[in-house]
Design a protein around this ligand. Structure first.
Ligand SMILES: [Zn+2]
Ligand SMILES: [Zn+2]
Length: 283
C-alpha cells in the first residue's frame, strides 16, 4: 500500500503486468517498487519475437512505439491486470554515428484508457568480430563487457547464398574455451542484442524505465492527468536576429500535456538567436 498522502499516487496500481521474455522484469520491477510500491506481474505467455526479432527472422510491421503498446495490452490480457507495461527495443545502424539503441516502454491503463510511452536512445559501442586466430579472438572480445553475449555464425564465411544461421547467447568465456588451441579458426561473431545478453542495452532500458516513471509522476497543472513532459513539446526554431526567419537552432522545449496540450511557459525563453544559424543570412 502506498503511504503517500498525495491523490496522485493512485495512478499506478499495486500490480502491473509486464510482458517480456528477455529478462527485462529484473530491470523494471525494482524501479516500480521503489517509485509506486507496485509489484510487476511478469508474463511470457506470448512470444514477443513474433512481433519482430533482432535477427530479422521475423519482419517488424509495427513502429517500436506501437509494438510496445501492443505488448502492454497483451500483458493485461494474459494476466487479468488493468495496467500493463510493454517494452520494445530497436537497434539501428546510422551512418556516421554507428549503432543506436532506441528503447521504448509503454504503460497502459485499460480502464482509464491511459497510454504513456517513454523513449530513450543511446549509442552502442558494439560491433561484429571476425577472427582467424585464437589470439585475435581473445583480443577483440576483451574490448567489450565480459557479460556481453555473442552470436556465432554457423555458415561458411564465403557462402553468401546460404541464409545466415546463428548459435546464440555465447559468452566470451564460452567462445574462448571452444576455440582454445584450435589452429586456423574461422570465426564470425555478431553481438547478441537480446536484453539479458546485452549489458549496454540493459543500461538504456533502465534509463527508459526511469523516464517512464518520471512521466507517470508528472501531472498537468491544467487537467491533472499524467504524462506532462517535454517529449510532447512542439518543435520550434529560434528566429534570426537579423531577418527574423526561423534558424536551424531548436528552441528550448516546454513540458507539454499529452492529454490536453497545455504547455508550461519557460521564463525568459530564448526565441531570437544568432544569424550564424540562419540559412538565409549565413547560407
Ligand atoms: Zn493536461
Ligand atoms: Zn537571417
Amino acid at each position: 500500500m502506498s503511504n503517500s498522502p498525495s491523490t496522485h499516487s493512485k495512478v499506478v496500481h499495486q500490480t502491473v503486468a509486464l510482458l517480456t521474455k528477455h529478462g527485462k522484469q529484473t530491470l523494471i520491477a525494482p524501479l516500480f517498487r521503489e517509485a509506486f510500491n507496485s509489484t510487476i506481474v511478469h508474463t511470457d505467455t506470448f512470444d514477443t519475437d513474433l512481433l519482430g526479432a533482432f535477427d530479422h527472422s521475423v519482419e517488424r510491421t509495427l513502429t517500436p512505439s506501437q509494438a510496445a503498446l501492443k505488448k502492454a495490452y497483451l500483458s493485461c490480457e494474459a494476466t487479468g491486470c488493468n495496467q500493463g507495461i510493454g517494452s520494445e527495443g530497436s537497434i539501428n545502424s546510422i551512418f556516421g554515428v554507428g549503432l543506436v539503441d532506441e528503447e521504448y516502454l509503454a504503460f497502459i491503463d485499460i480502464e482509464k484508457k491511459l497510454e504513456v510511452v517513454a523513449r530513450v536512445h543511446s549509442g552502442l559501442a558494439l560491433g561484429p568480430i571476425r577472427a582467424d586466430t585464437e589470439i585475435s579472438l581473445k583480443e577483440q572480445l576483451s574490448k567489450y563487457n565480459n557479460e556481453q553475449a555473442w552470436m556465432l555464425s554457423k555458415n561458411k564465411l564465403n557462402d553468401a547464398t546460404q541464409k545466415e544461421q546463428w548459435e546464440k547467447g555465447l559468452t566470451a568465456n564460452e567462445l574462448l574455451l571452444r576455440f582454445k588451441d584450435v589452429e586456423n579458426i574461422d570465426v564470425y561473431l555478431e553481438p547478441d542484442f537480446r536484453a539479458m545478453h546485452c549489458p549496454d542495452r540493459q543500461t538504456v532500458i533502465t534509463k527508459c524505465a526511469e523516464k517512464l516513471i518520471e512521466q507517470l509522476n508528472s501531472f498537468c497543472p491544467e487537467c491533472g492527468k499524467v504524462d506532462f513532459d517535454v517529449c510532447h513539446a512542439k518543435v520550434r526554431y529560434v528566429t534570426c536576429e537579423l531577418c527574423t526567419l526561423p534558424t536551424n537552432q531548436v528552441q528550448e522545449r516546454a513540458k507539454t500535456c499529452s492529454a490536453c496540450g497545455f504547455e508550461e511557459s519557460i521564463p525568459n525563453v530564448k526565441t531570437v538567436g544568432s544569424a550564424f544559424y540562419c540559412s538565409f543570412c549565413n547560407p
